[in-house]
Design a protein around this ligand. Sequence first.
Ligand SMILES: Cc1cc2nc3c(=O)[nH]c(=O)nc-3n(C[C@H](O)[C@H](O)[C@H](O)COP(=O)(O)O)c2cc1C
Length: 170
Amino acid sequence: MEARNELASEAMTISEAELSDAFRLIASNVAVITTSGPHGCTGTAWAEDPRSPFVVTPLNRSGTTRQIVVDTGRFAANLLAANQADVARRFAKRGDRFDALAYSLGSLDLPLVDGAAVAIECELESSMEFGTYDLLVGRVHSVKRGPSVGVLTWCDHSFGTHAPMERRRA
Ligand SMILES: Cc1cc2nc3c(=O)[nH]c(=O)nc-3n(C[C@H](O)[C@H](O)[C@H](O)COP(=O)(O)O)c2cc1C
């Protein structure tokens, strides 16, 4: 318990500049989190174990997308493909993000972005507040695989893609 408290007080002395310098090195996938409307914003999504059919996404509490997800109880995580950085930029800005965008509606009536590496529709299972964000947990309802062209990534304020250093044996 004491060790935990020590860590907590140490963390409180870390400046915003230091945190920013550390956090920018956290590489992530790039997803468009879509909701009914249609609405959506650029974000990220995490999942790990297929025995646990949940997808987690952090959304800013002051954002419109988080509010609609909470109100409607559903979201889709569209994991963007390596050639979709323009889609990621569009969904991070104001304006009609769906204007001339190719998409279809999934079985939960959520927008699934054409060309995404994979689009996963979820029903909202749970949410947790942390800082200025909510961590939203969705139970997977449907999965739509897209073209195999590699995934878009974000690290150090830049878009990139995953470059495997070794192939996993089948
Ligand atoms: C690469 C990238 C990743 C982002 N990740 C997130 C994220 O995980 N959560 C979030 O709330 N906003 C994230 N944003 C910012 C939102 O896309 C942006 O604030 C958007 O305008 C929010 O729209 P909304 O008000 O419709 O929710 C990210 C932006 C970029 C470019």
